[in-house]
Design a protein. Structure first.
Length: 313
C-alpha cells in the first residue's frame, strides 16, 4: 500500500512539482521531496549514468537515490506533452523505463502516468488516471485536481507579481533564461543567481512569466519548434528583452534542443547584452564567476552610455 510518495527534486519537478505535491496531499498521501542539489548528489547520479547523459539527468538520478527507503513509491511521470508543437525531449518520454532499468537491482517501486501528445491528452485526464492508479474515486480525484490546480495558479501568479515588481527596480536587472530545472537547481542556476545577487543585480527568470503569454509569443519566434520548455523560455525572453538590462542564457551540456534554440535566440535578441553559459559536471565556478563579472561590467558600462548602446555579447 502506498502512503508516502517521493518526488525527486529534478527535471519537471521544477515546473510542475507544486501541482503534483498538492494533488497527492489533497488525496491524503504524504509527499517527500529529495533534498536540495549538491555536489554529492550529482556525483552519486553521475556514477549511475553513461558519460553522454545530460547534466540535469545525472542530477535526477542522484535525487532518485536520495529517496530510496524514504517513501513507498517514487513518482516518475512519462512526459510527452499535449501538442505536436509543445512536446518534450525523448528522455522525458522514456523516463520511467530509464529509471526502472538503471535501478533494476534495487527494484524500487515507481508510480507513473503518461502525458501523451499523440493521443491529444488533456491534463485532467492524466490526473484522473493517476488518481485511479492510487485507488481513489473519480469524485475524489476531480476535487483534488481542481484544488491543486488552483493552488498552483496562485503560486505562479505570486511569482509573476514579485517579478513584475522587480521590473520597476532601478537596480541592474538580469534575466536568466533556461529550463526551470537548470535555473532553480541549487547546484546549477542557484549558484549563478547567488553570484549575480552578490554583484548587486536583481535576478529574473523566464519561467516566472505567464505561461500562456510566453507560449503565444514563442510562435512569433518559431512556428515549428517542437519543444514545450524551449517555447516557454524563448517566448518569455522575447516578452522581457526590452525590460531588462541583460540576459543570461543558461544551458546544461549536452542538451540537444538548447544547442539549436539558444543560437537562434541570441540572433533575435537585439540591443541587449547576452551571456551564453553552458554548464557541465566538470564546470568550475571560478571561471564562470569571472565571465559573469565581465558581463555585469558590460551592462553597467552600457547603462552609463558606453558603446553607443550597441548590442554586445
Amino acid at each position: 500500500m502506498i502512503r508516502t510518495i517521493g518526488i525527486p527534486r529534478g527535471l519537471m519537478a521544477y515546473r510542475d512539482g507544486v501541482l503534483w505535491k498538492d494533488f497527492f496531499e489533497e488525496l491524503g498521501f504524504t509527499c517527500v521531496f529529495s533534498p536540495r542539489s549538491d555536489r554529492r548528489i550529482l556525483e552519486n547520479g553521475t556514477g549511475r549514468a553513461i558519460d553522454e547523459t545530460c547534466l540535469p539527468f545525472k542530477m535526477y538520478l542522484g535525487h532518485v537515490m536520495e529517496l530510496m527507503g524514504k517513501c513507498d513509491a517514487i513518482f516518475v511521470p512519462r512526459t510527452g506533452g499535449y501538442r505536436t508543437t509543445e512536446k518534450m525531449c525523448t528522455r522525458y518520454e522514456a523516463l520511467p523505463d530509464l529509471i526502472r532499468n538503471i535501478f533494476r537491482e534495487e527494484q524500487i517501486r515507481i508510480l507513473t502516468v503518461s502525458y501523451d501528445w499523440y493521443e491529444k491528452t488533456k491534463e485532467e485526464k492524466v490526473f484522473l488516471e493517476l488518481g485511479t492508479e492510487l485507488g481513489k474515486t473519480k469524485k475524489e480525484i476531480k476535487k483534488a485536481y481542481a484544488r491543486a490546480r488552483k493552488k498552483e495558479e496562485a503560486w505562479l501568479k505570486g511569482k509573476e507579481k514579485s517579478q513584475n515588481q522587480l521590473l520597476e527596480s532601478k537596480r541592474t536587472k538580469v534575466l536568466m533564461a533556461g529550463h526551470p530545472y537548470v535555473l532553480h537547481d541549487a547546484y546549477m542556476g542557484g549558484e549563478l543567481a547567488r553570484i549575480l545577487e552578490h554583484m548587486g543585480a536583481d535576478v529574473l527568470y523566464t519561467d516566472y512569466v505567464n505561461r500562456e503569454s510566453a507560449l503565444k509569443r514563442s510562435y512569433e519566434f518559431s512556428r515549428v519548434m517542437p519543444w514545450l520548455i524551449n517555447r516557454e523560455m524563448t517566448g518569455a525572453a522575447m516578452l522581457l528583452k526590452n525590460k531588462v538590462d541583460g540576459i543570461m542564457i543558461v544551458s546544461a551540456y549536452p542538451c540537444g534542443p538548447d544547442a539549436l534554440v539558444n543560437d537562434m535566440l541570441i540572433r533575435r535578441l537585439k540591443n541587449v547584452p547576452v551571456l551564453n553559459l553552458t554548464l557541465d559536471a566538470q564546470t568550475g565556478m571560478a571561471g564562470t564567476e569571472t565571465r559573469i563579472e565581465s558581463f555585469i561590467d558590460i551592462i553597467r558600462y552600457q547603462k552609463a552610455g558606453g558603446y553607443g548602446n550597441q548590442d554586445r555579447r
